[in-house]
Ligand binder design. Structure first.
Ligand code: GLN
Length: 477
């Protein structure tokens, strides 16, 4: 059943929220040992499902009534351990809910559990989790992508109908593409960051995942919108479900630089098929150029690591999680960080600290900020010619476990198509659009800031025209 069907069935009393939960828990029990999408399940899920039934009886309108949602483990959940897949936060139990969690609960959803990720959402494969990798449900020898790999795998294997992730440089969209589900990253500010563990604050956004657009829109409407607790949130109400009924009379710009080289055959073919299908629906296509796209990855890894070096300074063995006492404060800090943080997190703290250090600041961080501004200007120019832009989400389908672990640069290159969106603050959607040798492939659409809903309008035209051919549950039997 789709998530919207679950909500309808629970609301009309055809099935209870508890029964829905039971079905998902049984599926998880059967399949999760092979996938490892979750770090932990929510021990209070049963009680939460019962509470939903009481609220329905009391006449509350609950758009996500009884729908189980899997939540990435860098979103604070009150009373439920939140580790960011890091040893340093092991045992950390947040005293409050992130705004997105509060909104899920208000809408009647049931938090099913916390999903696996690369430590502090740094990576592209979920292999940098301190608690073991997640496997791709389409091929258990391959990665699910990252960093929201647990959320993407959970939705792909239907261990949860819906999931939340976070996207700092592609962490919702890239795993969504590699697992064959929808993944949406909104305009910076449309979803509250309150209670999201910070990675790079000028890039971080919560994003949504589902196996159909109707489900994705239902979830996105429920959690988006202004929040007084996040000063960067925008005063805009979400209209995602409504966008599914709008006519797709739009012009799509194919971004030349993203097709120049490096894409696998199946990825190129899926993009071309996407274009042909939508052209038959009356969508216009033009070619556009975003020249500074070639500098996006280098720019991203300077901005990202600089913000990391500052944000992660708070894990000092004093306030949260792991503390290994030394002779004095400095030694306690050094020991706790040495033992608590993994190699990729340390690498980024070092790179960011270097980029920000005196004498280098202008050459690295300052220059990256100027490149970021140029990228925004180039996108503005492209959007003068097209309403929406198209690129692949990832240059290849899922790679093998271990394949990129010894080469950080090749891991970073997995984000080549996604990071520019975060630098420019744009909304983007990864759409399941085909398969290459049995592995899912995604196409990425980007829109101007705050025109997020257009992505849903256009994607719906594709979903309808292809009769949902690409929306499948991974064949884990
Ligand atoms: N893969 C990118 C990185 O490692 C993006 C991460 C993310 O979006 N959280 O930084």
């Amino acid at each position: 059943m789709w998530a919207h069907q679950i909500a309808d069935a629970v609301k009309s009393g055809k099935i209870s929220a508890k029964e829905v939960l039971q079905e998902y828990l049984e599926r998880i029990q059967r399949l999760e040992p092979r996938v490892h999408a979750f770090l932990r399940l929510n021990p209070r899920a049963q009680a939460e499902a019962e509470a939903v039934e009481k609220r329905l009886e009391a006449g509350e309108a609950l758009p996500l009534a009884g729908v189980p949602v899997a939540v990435k483990d860098n979103l604070c959940t009150r009373g439920l351990e939140t580790t960011c897949a890091s040893r340093i936060l092991e045992g950390f139990v947040p005293p409050y809910d992130a705004t997105v969690i509060t909104r899920l609960r208000q809408a009647g959803a049931v938090v099913l559990g916390k999903t696996n990720l690369d430590e502090f959402a740094m990576g592209s494969s979920t292999e940098y989790s301190a608690f073991g990798p997640t496997r791709n449900p389409w091929d258990l020898e391959r990665v699910p992508g990252g960093t929201s790999g647990g959320s993407a795998a959970a939705v792909a294997a239907n261990l949860a109908p819906l999931a939340l992730g976070t996207d700092t440089g592609g962490s919702v969209r890239q795993p969504a593409a590699l697992c064959g589900v929808y993944g949406f990253k909104p305009t910076y500010g449309r979803i509250s960051r309150y209670g999201v563990v910070a990675h790079a604050s000028s890039l971080d956004q919560v994003g949504t995942m589902a196996r159909s657009l109707e489900d994705l829109a239902l979830l996105t409407d429920a959690i988006s919108g202004p929040d007084a607790l996040d000063a960067t949130s925008l005063p805009l109400e979400p209209q995602f479900q409504r966008a599914l009924t709008e006519p797709a009379e739009l012009t799509v710009g194919i971004v030349r630089e993203a097709f120049a080289s490096g894409n696998s055959e199946g990825v190129s073919a899926a993009c071309e098929n996407f274009r042909q299908v939508l052209q038959r629906c009356g969508v216009r296509f033009v070619e556009v150029s975003v020249p500074s796209l070639r500098y996006a990855l280098a720019t991203y890894y300077l901005v990202d690591t600089s913000e990391i070096s500052s944000n992660l300074a708070r894990y000092d063995g004093t306030l949260y999680g792991l503390r290994i006492a030394g002779a004095d404060v400095t030694e306690t800090m050094m020991r706790s960080r040495e033992a608590g943080l993994g190699p990729e997190v340390k690498r980024r703290i070092l790179m960011g600290t270097f980029a920000l250090s005196s004498g280098y600041y202008e050459a690295y961080y300052g220059k990256a900020l100027r490149a970021r501004a140029k990228l925004r200007a180039d996108f503005d120019a492209a959007f003068a010619r097209a309403d929406v832009l198209l690129t692949p989400t990832s240059p290849t389908p899922a790679f093998r476990l271990g394949e990129k672990l010894s080469d950080p640069l090749s891991m970073y290159l997995a984000d080549i198509d996604t990071v520019a969106v975060n630098l420019a603050g744009l909304p983007a959607l990864s759409i399941p659009s085909g398969f290459e040798e049995g592995l899912p492939v995604g196409v990425q659409l980007m829109a101007r800031p705050v025109q997020d809903e257009r992505l849903f309008t256009l994607a719906k035209a594709f979903e309808d025209a292809t009769e949902q051919a690409f929306l499948q549950v991974a064949p884990l039997s």
